[in-house]
Design a protein around this ligand. Sequence first.
Ligand SMILES: Cc1cc2nc3c(=O)[nH]c(=O)nc-3n(C[C@H](O)[C@H](O)[C@H](O)COP(=O)(O)OP(=O)(O)OC[C@H]3O[C@@H](n4cnc5c(N)ncnc54)[C@H](O)[C@@H]3O)c2cc1C
Ligand SMILES: *[C@@H]1O[C@H](CO)[C@@H](O)[C@H](O)[C@H]1NC(C)=O
Ligand SMILES: *[C@@H]1O[C@H](CO)[C@@H](O)[C@H](O)[C@H]1NC(C)=O
Ligand SMILES: *[C@@H]1O[C@H](CO)[C@@H](O)[C@H](O)[C@H]1NC(C)=O
Length: 529
Amino acid sequence: MPPCTARSMLAMVVIPTTMSHLASIIPLLLGANLIRAEPFNTFDGPGFPACRDVAAVHDPTTVNETISLVRNAAQNQTPVRASGKGHMWYDTMCSDDPSTVIIRTEQLNRISEFSLPEGAQDGSVMIEAGVTFFQLAEYLHLNNASMGYTLVNWNITLAGSIAMGAHRSSLREDSMVAAGALELHIIDGSGNLRIVKRSNQDDWLAASTSLGLLGVIVKVKFKIYPDFKVYAKQDTLIEKEVLEGDIYGMISPYATANFWWWPYLRKFHLRYYDPIPDGFSDQEGFQSTFSVTKTEADIATGLLNSGKILATSNMAAETLFFSLWSPPNFRDKRTDKAISKWPVYGWNYDVLIGGLYPGYSTQWDFGMRGETLELAFPVTIANEVLKRVRGAFDDELKKGIIMTSTYRSGINIKFGKPYNDLLGQVATDTEDGADWSKGALMFDFPTFKPSWGDGERFNEAFYGRLAETLISEFPCRPHWTKNTREVFRWTVEKGRLDSGHLERFKAVREEFDPKGIFKSVVGETLGLY
Ligand SMILES: Cc1cc2nc3c(=O)[nH]c(=O)nc-3n(C[C@H](O)[C@H](O)[C@H](O)COP(=O)(O)OP(=O)(O)OC[C@H]3O[C@@H](n4cnc5c(N)ncnc54)[C@H](O)[C@@H]3O)c2cc1C
Ligand SMILES: *[C@@H]1O[C@H](CO)[C@@H](O)[C@H](O)[C@H]1NC(C)=O
Ligand SMILES: *[C@@H]1O[C@H](CO)[C@@H](O)[C@H](O)[C@H]1NC(C)=O
Ligand SMILES: *[C@@H]1O[C@H](CO)[C@@H](O)[C@H](O)[C@H]1NC(C)=O
């Protein structure tokens, strides 16, 4: 016999009722003051909270419903945060207040007002907050249109990406997702819907990378282009060619380009993309970064889990991943056949992003978990930064510790063309005196998180040390969803963020959300409350 707890009594009372009755009875039985405080998780699920404790998660289906939810929260002074697909890495979405409510935007996903007149260079479309990249890409492709280079990844919302300043990799083309936004429709801290249009005014410059602190972005008017085909090509370089090379010159010629670094093998992949003329190729390449089979995931997980204590396993894993990453990670969309030769050709979105191969799952669906760190530096000091990281790896080597990349695509080195807003990673004219005018290099260091023992990575202390070193020694800016609370704190402590930009942002925040109902750990760390 189980002990007669309140819960089992509750169960006896409500067993005959339906689930919807249950939902309405529980609050009555428990009283209005008791709140359900449990974590709201990232895409990685239990054990990986985006918010440590929340009271409720709502899934509105209309803008009006969302307005009501925010008005309610505003009246009760309840903290509220919007969430898209939870594709973020750490517990920084909310503030640490267990009465927080989440407004999940998944059901708010209409696309309307498509406009791309025949012969026009660009046009626009209106999307609701929950629209994901692959949803919009498919819609646009059917209408002979595309979103150009302002894209990030497939199962992520555009609104969530715009909120957090997410970006692709390019020094030549606009590739901040926010750069594609023409209007942002935001429900402010009083529950009023405001339309903020692209301009040079501070309300736009704040809204463009808002960290969700101005309110819930419910709709976005987004810039679109006629659809076009691109090629993808990849070269393998020895480490010295990059560390001693003209990094700006290797990246800036292309519409989009990035490096993947294999530090144990001392090699880089250089991946680059550019448009091809109409009719140049009828290949329909489709990229997949995350597709794995269960067997592949099991092999990688076994190797990497033993790499928690055995450097040799990590060395074997990096060698394996490098060899898998050298041929194209593409299939032909029509036949699902692997493509074995570079360059690969296909439609813009399929080649730049793609998705999952039919019948495959993602590495995280098979329980592989990761951590990451992402910092942006002026591209003018790209060589110094990468050499400093090399130096940090070599310092470990002197102690007999071999560091590797434990991620299936290596260490991701991305780039960003300058884009003017207050809290973006690629803003220029900041008080740090650094030259951001040529753009930024983003050092994105994803790592495998072991699923056993204390869950710490091989040589765990190294990662925090590296972050602190880079933040102390170089002008830099954090990615807003790929860093721990400590990293945000360090960037503030080292004065890496422009105080003028923060002040101007705070003024807009106070006007949109005077009571601070949308606050988050990130906003608090930045001193915006
Ligand atoms: C596998 C993977 C690949 C990624 N690749 C890249 C990449 O290439 N480049 C890059 O820059 N980033 C990348 N990211 C990070 C990702 O783009 C951001 O974390 C993005 O914010 C996630 O959007 P989401 O819809 O999942 O939002 P969530 O994770 O649900 O939310 C993220 C943040 O945005 C806020 N937010 C979400 N929706 C709204 C809204 N409608 N209004 C106001 N605030 C909102 C949330 O409150 C939260 O603070 C990647 C992440 C993953 C997991
Ligand atoms: C939303 O609410 C407003 C004001 O109550 C109303 O005028 C409008 O018709 C509603 N919109 C929809 C789509 O229901
Ligand atoms: C996209 O993410 C959601 C979780 O938000 C998940 O349920 C769904 O399966 C994912 N879609 C794909 C194609 O992986
Ligand atoms: C897209 O372009 C093709 C080829 O030019 C044309 O046949 C088709 O009708 C167009 N589709 C739309 C929705 O405009």
